[in-house]
Design a protein. Structure first.
Length: 157
């Protein structure tokens, strides 16, 4: 399975980079991980300018999604799921012949409506708001957990 993360912005904090690297390494034997970063747009003053900036980010995200992927957009208003549910989703997608999943993580302004409309699933990890850089690490850990569940290994408790 290919797990593609299409993310807005860069991670600069070393502790986050180390965690992202660690979970990417752990996932290596369970599936392929590809992280694609698109530049974040400055958040301008005014709703119209913010919408334009968000649109530019969204266009870049959409252009980089693997065309064969099942697309999951992360958004606070999305469906919630536990780790077992995510594992079941991965398993069901694999059984249906899907070999690639693209996750979309927006920047500080979120994801534009075009990205949300393209998504096959809109997923919320929590009602809390997380920094998008931290969300990348949380997502990789949950992908790893779901893969370990599906492999029948003991990581998940």
């Amino acid at each position: 399975m290919l797990f593609q993360l299409v993310v807005v912005g860069k991670v600069r904090e070393q502790w986050l980079l180390q965690g992202i690297k660690e979970y990417s390494r752990r996932l290596h034997r369970l599936g392929k991980v590809e992280i694609v970063e698109v530049p974040d747009q400055p958040c301008p003053q005014g709703a119209a300018l913010q919408k334009q900036a968000l649109q530019r980010e969204g266009e870049q995200v959409l252009a980089r999604i693997n065309p064969r992927s099942y697309v999951i957009a992360l958004d606070i208003k999305g469906k919630t799921m536990d780790s077992l549910g995510l594992a079941a989703l991965f398993n069901n997608l694999a059984l249906a012949g899907n070999s690639a999943i693209s996750f979309c993580i927006g920047g500080s302004m979120g994801l534009c409506q075009q990205v949300l409309r393209r998504a096959d699933l809109i997923l919320s990890f929590s009602a809390f708001t997380f920094p998008h850089q931290l969300m990348r690490l949380i997502l990789l850990e949950q992908i790893y957990r779901a893969c370990k569940i599906n492999a029948g290994e003991t990581y998940h408790k």
